[in-house]
Design a protein around this ligand. Structure first.
Ligand code: ADP
Length: 413
């Protein structure tokens, strides 16, 4: 009995399997105790394997997602280990290989690359690839394999200790690179245009005032107004450019101070009021008397609000309406700007927060396509978000959604 119990206990402790002859039983109590220990051990083993299985499943699911993402890219990527064996090839590498990408794993890359130019990039010591830009070449289009003009580059891949673990070959269609360059050129053109237009008109009005040709007080007043508006437009553009580059480089720091929302909104409304009067737009501020004080970066937040508000005025034709409202929604605080303007086509709506994106329907108005992305970055820096809904010909609604945690409760709502 004693021997049997020892046998069971050692199985329970070590987790070894139950085989071989069992010793004889002497005390029932001791036996039950040993059996219980064994059951306990089996149970905990089962739980551990279940946990392992679950975490393996999670890892497998994440890996599956990453593979699906890499496979859906139109840029080909071929990952090599230090011995030039292929670790991963996504589907976009198919036109450059002699085997199907899903058959390439483990094969030597030199045996499966079609093009001598790409083979010439390979770098057994990893020295050239280790330079900052690696090596690159271009391949001409090949209608037979259905590939476009392609830029190919080789760079080294290192682990977290900067040790080289392999190399990566990237195949990118040149049309894609060109379209990115086109967007940048268009942006520079549109910024130059945006800067030149107000400057030209400021110069013209200042010249008129200097020449003293205008003696009429009302006319002089109107000229000063134009100069003021154009100067404002210039500084808004410059602010947006500076803010977006700061936020993108990660150097933007929030200078948070308790800010009375009512005052901030009223000041923004005053800035667009002259423009509304000119276009006979009904500017409605449906603001509660008891708006909260928010812990925000006042001048950055002002830029975000102004970008949304001035768009509403800009894209609303004569005699339309722009309404600003605020509301508390559970854990969120909303600031809404609704207009009865031209609206945004459904297919453009998801893109209006992209840098430099302008809907074709908006191109009759001047713009640079960085107002909304700047606003979004600013609101996100505050932990919030911006939602937009719109209907062509009926108008748009932009909602700044802020976490209620920004409300300064020591000062009160
Ligand atoms: P832009 O300088 O062109 O106004 P934004 O980044 O501020 O740049 O806006 C991006 C695009 O979103 C605009 O070009 C326009 O197509 C669209 N848009 C933004 N706000 C509105 C609005 N209130 N009504 C209609 N279209 C809008």
């Amino acid at each position: 009995m004693q021997a049997l119990c020892h046998h069971l206990d050692s199985i329970a402790e070590s987790g070894t399997r139950l085989d071989g002859p069992l010793p004889k039983i002497r005390s029932l109590e001791r036996l039950v105790d040993s059996l219980q220990r064994l059951l306990h051990r089996i149970e905990s083993d089962q739980r551990e394997s279940l946990e392992l299985l679950t975490s393996n499943r999670l890892v497998a699911r994440e890996l599956g997602r990453t593979y699906a993402l890499l496979n859906s890219l139109s840029i080909g990527s071929l990952l090599l280990d230090n011995t030039e064996k292929i670790q991963f090839a996504n589907e976009a590498t198919a036109p450059f290989l002699t085997v199907a990408p899903n058959q390439a794993h483990g094969q030597s890359v030199r045996g499966v690359l079609k093009d001598a130019e790409v083979l010439a990039l390979l770098d057994p010591g990893g020295e050239a690839a280790a330079t900052r830009w690696g090596r690159s070449t271009e391949l001409p289009a090949d209608p037979e394999s259905g590939r476009e003009d392609t830029a190919v580059s080789l760079s080294s891949v290192s682990d977290e200790n900067e040790e080289p673990v392999g190399q990566i070959l990237v195949f990118q269609p040149i049309t894609q690179i060109k379209s990115m360059e086109k967007i940048q050129t268009e942006f520079v053109d549109s910024v130059a245009h945006e800067l030149r237009t107000p400057l030209t008109s400021i110069r013209a009005y200042v010249e008129l005032l200097i020449d003293g040709e205008t003696t009429d007080k009302q006319m002089q007043h109107d000229f000063y107004n134009v100069i003021y508006e154009e100067t404002y437009r210039l500084s808004q553009l410059i602010d947006n450019l500076l803010n977006i580059s700061m936020m993108e480089s990660g150097t933007a720091k929030l200078d948070v101070t308790p800010t009375r929302l009512k005052r901030l909104l009223e000041e923004s409304l005053e800035v667009v009021r002259p423009q509304c009067e000119k276009k006979n737009i009904d500017l409605v501020a449906d603001l509660d008397d008891r708006l909260p004080t928010l812990d925000i970066d006042k001048s950055l937040f002002n830029v975000a609000v102004m970008n949304i508000l001035s768009n509403a005025v800009k894209y609303t034709p004569e005699s339309g309406t722009v309404i600003v409202t605020t509301s508390s929604r559970g854990e969120e605080y909303h600031i809404q700007v609704r207009d009865s303007g031209i609206g945004i086509p459904e297919e453009d709506l998801p893109r209006v927060f992209e840098k430099f994106y302008r809907s074709d329907s908006a191109k009759a108005e001047q713009g640079s396509g960085i107002g909304l992305p700047t606003a979004l970055q600013i609101v996100r820096l505050h932990g919030g978000d911006i939602h937009a809904t719109s209907k062509v010909g009926e108008g748009s609604e932009f909602t700044i959604v802020l976490p209620r945690t920004l409300i300064n409760t020591s000062i009160g709502e």
